[in-house]
Ligand binder design. Structure first.
Ligand code: ADP
Length: 946
């Protein structure tokens, strides 16, 4: 082989290899291209089928590729889109923004971004797209954009709606005429009204974006908690909030915090609205203050009014107890009635003002419930009788008696209800029922019910009845008088005493007012449980009364004591029942006769019974109404054993039964058992009282009342004198005026207490004129034991002294409220016993004549001795005492006894006063003595059987 050939062979081989390589390379290239094309077409298929909008632009922003989703969304074929700037489809107002956005992306070389634009398709509604945009580069140069976009129109609409709403809210908040702010969760202001700026105290025109704490650094902590609650979804508000500002001033606000929510329901913040109620609150405060001042003023007037009232009422009562001509008595009675009426009105008004001013408080003292009730009924007995009404009372036996509470306020409520019942009832009855309310533990809830058969109250008025100033129609209230405050006061008092008050009424048929009061029981030692007394058990008693309620009450009372009770409603029936029993037994031991009955009254019936031979052994008790003159004497003549005035006190009735049926402590019953003779049986104590009082009128009133009640009285003109008197003399009690010149009553009391030894305690009862809340505390703080309010009356003084001292040793008759009947001045028992042994009346005549003859002489001697001759005083008083006692001139005898005691002690201090009283007493009793029936010879009735 030639080199040439070899050269050609090598060349050919190389060429072949080259061609092979070329072939392989070409083949591989083609293969790669085919592969690329197929994968590209797969991608294209994917892109073309995608629901997302996919497009590409060239470097100038012109569409270089759009997938069908783009064409469909924009409503344009590919041909119309390719080559157009993509900005052309963006909504005109967004184009600049879109351009800037992509310029920024390009300039800053951010490879990936996201943005949202509205685009406007042809003829279609605009739609919103959210697109991810990628930069395309070629050889490091910007070559265009590639984007994947999604139709977000729905979401955007929702967002816009919310935004519109929020904007509206913002607008509302911004333009609200009140202070309002919209805060986000962090407390940043989203919006606020112009007024809001005033509240947070900034001069800035806007605080949007700033937090509440930022603009109000001194915000009190309590609002943080309130904000948190609102963020938790609660609506929080306060109708009246006192905000103390940093400078210490106070403003009153009303505010509300409302959570506001975003689309998914979560709380995004709070809207708060604040209103200043400063003006309102201050106006209200001013009104309240003015009303309080007014009430306080009126309550303070109490002091000024009561002092002269004390003089008027006290002195009139005393005047009425002296010997007056009929004309003088009439005038004095008018003063008395008017004075008391005026006092009642004043008391109502004062009480009302005190209640309004919150100055009333309730006492807690030990008291006797039955006694309190008795006192109330006693004071209406006369009024009821004058109208011909039955005034009845039933206290159930299981009502505890020894209670702790405020007897004064209880009496006040009872007085009002019983008073109204009597006032608004023209015929029929008024019944007070006292029953226990089932109560637990140491608390006794007692129910009081006052039922009348009067006018009744229509339902319209009934609902307003317990409001102040409410009265039935004007004409009725004019006819009946009154302030319209009584029930309003009662309601307050009852609620202060832990009870309730209400009324049931049927117009024309009457009303029933009832109330409950919560008391404490006294300790068991102080209040032994009542045991039904057995002494009377088994006795037969006939009750004769035309009034069904009274029959029922007597039946209950008598039945409780074990008596066997029969009740009838008329005299003839009583006679029939008694006669039947006399024939076939068992006999009646006793008959209780009501005085006032149609057909045959109690006296006529008593006479008939006593005149009937087979009934003479039946004992008789007559029940009469208040102060019917002459009944006592007449009853004694007939042979009636006892007469009691209605409403009959339970204790009196019991004692009376025991006396009349011969079970009592007295060996021999008096000829006629009366309330007074019964009370005499109860224990009494001797007592010396000091009255410390600077006002002359008040002094006189207190002294005379106490003397009449049977106490021995001394007077101290001022505090210093009182202190000295107490050091010198041992008194049983002191009545102490609070305000005295020099040393006042409080100071005197403190000093007395300071020098008392252990176990010693002089009872000191304050006499105050203002009766304001706090007075009582002041009295007790100073060491006083009790207090009475001026004007003092025999009743209040007696009640207070009974608590601390006991009943007086020689009780004078109660100062009579009206013209004294003979029975009040003369002891009917003594008189009737004199009469009973006086067959022809000559004895009586003689005794009286002698008495009338010697009296002026004896009185003269006493008057003279009283000026300084103690031994003579003792003698003169002693000898006159016997004469007075013989004739039953009890009050005179009482005064003589005191003069005698005084004389014996070697003193005449106070004697002239007592002597003068004795002379007045004589003047009063003289006409009654002169008129005694025994002075005109005539046969008297048989003495009561014994
Ligand atoms: P007043 O001082 O006028 O009696 P009250 O508050 O005690 O004031 O009574 C208010 C009104 O209620 C009376 O004026 C009367 O019209 C009516 N009222 C009270 N109690 C009775 C009653 N028992 N029967 C009929 N009406 C009564």
């Amino acid at each position: 082989m030639t080199p040439y050939l070899a050269f050609w062979i090598v060349l050919a081989a190389a060429g072949g290899l080259l061609s092979l390589w070329l072939l392989v390379t070409l083949w591989r290239e083609r293969d790669a291209r085919t592969h690329l094309a197929s994968s590209e077409s797969r991608f294209r298929e994917l892109v073309e089928a995608a629901a997302d909008l996919i497009f590409r632009t060239d470097a100038e922003g012109r569409f270089a590729y759009v997938n069908p989703a783009v064409q469909e969304a924009l409503g344009l074929p590919e041909g119309d889109l390719l080559g157009r700037s993509f900005l052309e489809v963006v909504r005109a107002d967004y184009r600049d923004q879109a351009r800037r956005f992509y310029d920024d992306q390009r300039v800053q070389g951010i490879s990936n971004t996201y943005c949202e634009f509205p685009v406007v398709p042809r003829g279609e509604q605009e739609l919103w797209v959210g697109q991810r945009v990628q930069l395309l580069t070629e050889n490091g140069h910007f070559a265009g954009l590639q984007a994947v976009a999604r139709n977000i129109t729905e979401r955007k609409r929702l967002q816009e709606a919310i935004e519109r709403e929020r904007e509206q809210l913002r607008q509302i908040v911004t333009h609200a005429p009140v202070a309002m702010a919209m805060l986000d969760r962090e407390g940043r202001h989203v919006a606020h009204s112009a007024r809001w700026l005033r509240y947070v105290g900034t001069d800035d025109p806007s605080v949007v974006g700033r937090t509440l704490e930022d603009v109000w650094p001194g915000m009190p902590d309590k609002y943080r908690a309130v904000f948190a609650r609102a963020l938790a979804g609660e609506v929080v508000s306060d109708p009246e909030d006192a905000l103390v500002r940093e400078d210490g001033t106070e403003v009153f606000l009303r505010w509300t915090l409302h959570p506001w929510r975003v689309a998914d329901g979560t709380v995004a913040g709070v809207v708060l609205a604040v209103q200043s109620i400063d003006v309102l609150v201050r106006a209200r405060q001013a009104a309240l203050e003015a009303s309080r001042l007014k009430s306080e003023f009126v309550a303070n007037m109490s002091h000024e009014i009561r002092t002269p009232m004390n003089g008027v009422i006290g002195m009139t009562r005393l005047l009425l107890d002296t010997g007056l001509t009929t004309e003088q008595r009439e005038y004095a009675e008018v003063i008395d009635v008017s004075g008391r009426a005026l006092l009642e009105i004043i008391n109502d008004i004062l009480d009302f003002s005190k209640i309004e001013a919150g100055k009333i408080d309730i006492e807690t003292v030990e008291f006797d419930l039955r006694r309190a009730v008795r006192e109330v009924l006693g004071s209406f007995a006369e009024a009821a009788q004058a109208k011909g009404l039955e005034l009845l009372c039933l206290i159930r036996h299981d009502v505890p008696n020894a209670l702790v509470g405020d007897p004064g306020r209880l009496r006040q409520v009872l007085n009002n209800l019983v008073g109204n019942a009597v006032k608004f009832t023209e015929k029929g009855e008024v019944v007070l029922r006292v029953t226990p309310d089932p109560a637990a533990g140491d608390v006794a809830v007692v129910r009081f019910e006052v039922r009348d058969t009067g006018l009744g109250i229509d339902s319209e008025l009934r609902h307003r009845l317990f409001q102040s100033f409410v009265q039935a129609d004007g004409s009725a209230s004019r006819r009946y008088g009154g302030t319209g405050l009584g029930l309003a006061i009662s309601k307050r008092l009852v609620s202060l005493m832990g009870g309730t008050i209400d009324v049931e009424s049927h117009p024309g048929r009457g009303s029933t007012f009832w109330f409950t009061v919560r008391f404490e029981r006294q300790s068991p030692e102080a209040a032994p449980l009542p045991v039904p007394p057995a002494r009377l058990a088994g006795r037969r008693v006939l009750v004769v009364d035309d009034n069904a309620t009274n029959r029922q009450i007597l039946r209950q009372q008598l039945g409780y004591w074990g008596l066997r009770v029969t009740a009838v409603d008329s005299g003839p029936k009583a006679m029939a029942t008694l006669l039947e029993a006399a024939e076939s037994g068992p006999l009646f031991d006793l008959a209780i006769l009501d005085m006032k009955m149609p057909e045959m009254d109690g006296l006529a019936l008593g006479r008939a019974i006593k005149e009937h031979p087979s009934l003479a052994g039946v004992r008789l008790i007559l029940l009469t109404s208040f102060g019917q003159r002459g009944h006592g004497a007449e009853a004694a003549r007939i042979g009636i054993a006892a007469y009691l005035t209605k409403p009959v006190d339970e204790a009196d009735l019991y004692d009376c039964l025991v006396e009349v049926l011969g079970e009592g402590p007295r060996k021999k019953a008096p000829h006629l058992v009366t309330r007074h003779s019964l009370r005499e049986l109860r224990p009494r104590v001797a007592a010396r009282i000091l009255v410390a009082e600077d006002n002359e009128v008040n002094q006189k009133v207190a002294v005379r009342i106490l003397e009449k009640l049977g106490y021995t009285v001394e007077v101290a003109e001022d505090g210093r004198e009182a202190l000295e008197a107490c050091a010198r003399t041992r008194y049983d009690a002191v009545l102490m005026d609070g305000q005295m010149p020099g040393m006042d009553g409080f100071e005197v009391t403190r000093r007395i207490r300071a020098r008392e030894k252990d176990g010693e305690r002089l009872p000191i009862v304050a006499m105050t004129a203002s009766a304001m809340k706090g007075d009582r505390e002041r009295c007790l703080e100073a060491g006083m034991d009790d207090y009475v309010t001026k004007p003092v009356t025999p009743e209040t003084l007696e009640a207070a002294l009974r608590r601390w001292v006991g009943a007086p040793a020689a009780p004078a008759e109660k100062a009579a409220a009206s013209s004294p009947a003979a029975g009040d001045l003369l002891d009917e028992g003594v008189v009737s016993s004199l009469m009973s042994v006086d067959d022809d009346g000559t004895l009586m005549d003689e005794v009286v004549a002698t008495f009338l003859r010697i009296a002026p002489v004896r009185l003269g001697a006493i008057r003279k001795a009283a000026k300084g001759n103690a031994p003579q005083l003792e003698r003169a008083a002693h000898s006159f005492l016997g004469s007075c006692g013989n004739l039953g001139c009890r009050r005179m005898a009482d005064l003589c006894a005191r003069l005698e005691v005084l004389g014996r002690s070697g003193s005449t201090e106070g004697a002239p006063g007592l002597a003068a009283a004795l002379e007045q007493e004589y003047a009063a009793v003289k006409p009654h003595l002169e008129a005694l029936p025994g002075r005109h010879p005539k046969r008297m009735g048989t003495p009561s059987p014994k």
